[in-house]
Design a protein. Structure first.
Length: 243
């Protein structure tokens, strides 16, 4: 299960960031957002997805995105890694910014959440939720979306708060990892039941030293949890990854 979670989290990161966003210019954090917990973002994401054309859409995963500096880009069509292509979703803005998460934010709260919804033909819709606004971003098609087609919806289900899970990961080495890699992407990823045949939803807490870089190599620090109980699936693992 742990290897499946690692692969899926990396895939979401690639789909969300590769070729779409680039770090803010300058040395500061850029646009800084207001942190949201998953429980605050979920109603906005679920209702927003339900109103999108091309469905019916089923929200099967969500990713809280914590960046040390905001990332912006034009929402243009293009080919992504892992055999997929992306195009702007109907009603998507021509450009968008993922705000930075303040360094003093509470555990489990980040400035942006991405909701992934599976469509009737296997396509994935990405929907962005921040305090300032929520909107459709892009639709991804291709072989890389197959991992998400069997997942059960996360809309309206009860899951443990990610705050305690982040605290556990930090105590097990995450704090050290972030201090050594201060520009890391913090990803709080919730998968619906069905991942690798599981009967429960799962949280994956990931720190990725690549940040928003899409070149070179980096390091992942990651741990998975049963999202219904908060039980750890294994000890945290450290793995190399392509950015």
């Amino acid at each position: 299960m742990a290897s499946i979670i690692v692969a899926s989290v990396v895939l979401i990161g690639v789909l969300a960031l590769a070729g779409v966003f680039s770090p803010s210019s300058g040395t500061g954090p850029g646009v800084v957002g207001t942190p949201l917990y998953y429980a605050q973002a979920e109603p906005l994401g679920s209702s927003g997805v339900a109103n999108q054309t091309g469905g019916p859409w089923t929200v099967v995963a969500a990713e809280g995105v914590g960046l040390s500096a905001s990332a912006s880009g034009s929402n243009v069509a293009g080919t992504l890694g892992s055999g997929c292509s992306a195009s702007p979703a109907p009603g998507a803005p021509s450009s968008t910014t993922i705000p930075a998460t303040p360094s003093n934010s509470n555990s489990g709260a980040v400035a942006a959440w991405l909701f992934l919804a599976a469509g009737p033909s296997g396509q994935l819709l990405f929907y962005v939720v921040t305090v300032a606004s929520d909107y459709p971003l892009m639709i991804v098609t291709g072989s890389c979306t197959s991992e998400f087609s069997s997942l059960v919806t996360i809309s309206g289900i009860s899951v443990v708060n990610a705050s305690g899970l982040v605290a556990s990961v930090n105590a097990a080495g995450g704090t050290t990892f972030l201090s050594e890699n201060p520009n890391s992407l913090v990803a709080l990823v919730l998968f619906g039941a069905g991942l690798d045949g599981s009967s429960d939803p799962y949280w994956a807490i990931e720190y990725n030293s690549c940040g928003t870089s899409t070149s070179g190599t980096g390091t992942l620090f990651i741990e998975g949890f049963d999202a219904s109980t908060g039980t750890a699936l294994s000890s945290p693992t450290t793995e190399s990854t392509n950015c």
